[in-house]
Ligand binder design. Structure first.
Ligand SMILES: Nc1ncnc2c1ncn2[C@@H]1O[C@H](COP(=O)(O)OP(=O)(O)OP(=O)(O)O)[C@@H](O)[C@H]1O
Ligand SMILES: [Mg+2]
Length: 246
């Protein structure tokens, strides 16, 4: 096995109500990647992320995380991962710090300093003692990332991390991801609809359509083979320009 492969899915397949929503998915996330997972609404991004984080089980195929099969070696595999799958939910009447303290209680062997460390990493130290109900959406999203960071994971999985944020909020999250990747060697797997955002921060992309992977390549490979087309052009070429109702 390639030891640079941090997350791999092998022929991952999942049906709902007799319909294949994830169809022989083979993802390859390498150490150090900021991987952009793209696809139109309802094509299977969240479902794939739920499979990869062990929230649901596949019908067939497997998920390998840092060489450990998720199904048979769940603890070892999942100990490498921090994730926000649906929007993070916190106790509004508790502070950001106290919310993290509760979460930290679930992680064996975690040091008390780690809470301050992760709050600093997501630039929330100044507001850490304020109640979460006073936080903006962007701050809650950052607290979610702080939570994902608690167990010092190698891989962070984020399902549309900038959804609903204003341009400042989007910029903050993007900068944070790039910084955590370069300074802390954290690998990211991010689903998104925002092609420009993906083009700016991701080095590798995968495009899913009707549960199948249409394409997986580095940004460099894509722009070289596609004659320097923008990601948007490549994406529309592969997934169509819409008009499903036509
Ligand atoms: N628990 C479930 N039961 C039945 N169908 C489901 C279930 N979860 C997901 N689906 C279906 O699987 C398909 C893929 O959904 P999914 O949420 O993974 O898409 P997505 O790519 O994340 O979309 P979006 O961009 O809107 O977030 C959809 O048709 C959805 O209705
Ligand atoms: Mg989704």
């Amino acid at each position: 096995m390639n030891s640079n492969l941090l997350l791999q899915t092998r022929n991952l397949t999942k049906s709902f109500g007799g319909r294949k929503m994830i169809d022989s998915l083979n993802l390859h996330v390498m150490k150090g990647d900021i991987y952009g997972f793209l696809g139109r609404n309802g094509q299977g991004k969240t479902t794939a992320i739920r499979l990869v984080t062990g929230l649901i089980f596949p019908d067939s195929g497997e998920v390998m995380i840092d060489g450990h099969p998720l199904r048979s070696d769940f603890k070892k595999a999942i100990s490498n991962v921090g994730a926000i799958v649906e929007s993070p939910s916190f106790y509004g009447y508790l502070s950001g710090y106290d919310n993290l303290k509760l979460m930290a209680n679930l992680i064996p062997g975690i040091k008390k300093d780690r809470i301050d460390e992760v709050l600093d990493m997501v630039r929330l130290s100044r507001r850490a003692k304020d109640k979460v109900k006073t936080y903006s959406l962007g701050m809650k999203q950052r607290l979610g990332i702080a939570n994902a960071l608690l167990g010092s994971p190698k891989l962070i999985i984020l399902d549309e991390p900038t959804n609903g944020l204003d341009p400042q909020g989007i910029k903050e999250i993007k900068e944070m991801i790039v910084q955590l990747a370069s300074e802390r060697n954290i690998t990211f797997f991010i689903s998104s609809h925002l092609l420009q955002e993906v083009e700016q921060i991701c080095n590798r992309i995968g495009i899913i359509d009707k549960g199948k992977l249409l394409c997986e390549a580095t940004m460099d490979e894509l722009t070289q083979t596609a004659n320097s087309k923008s990601l948007e052009d490549i994406y529309f070429d592969l997934t169509g320009k819409g008009g499903d109702l036509a």
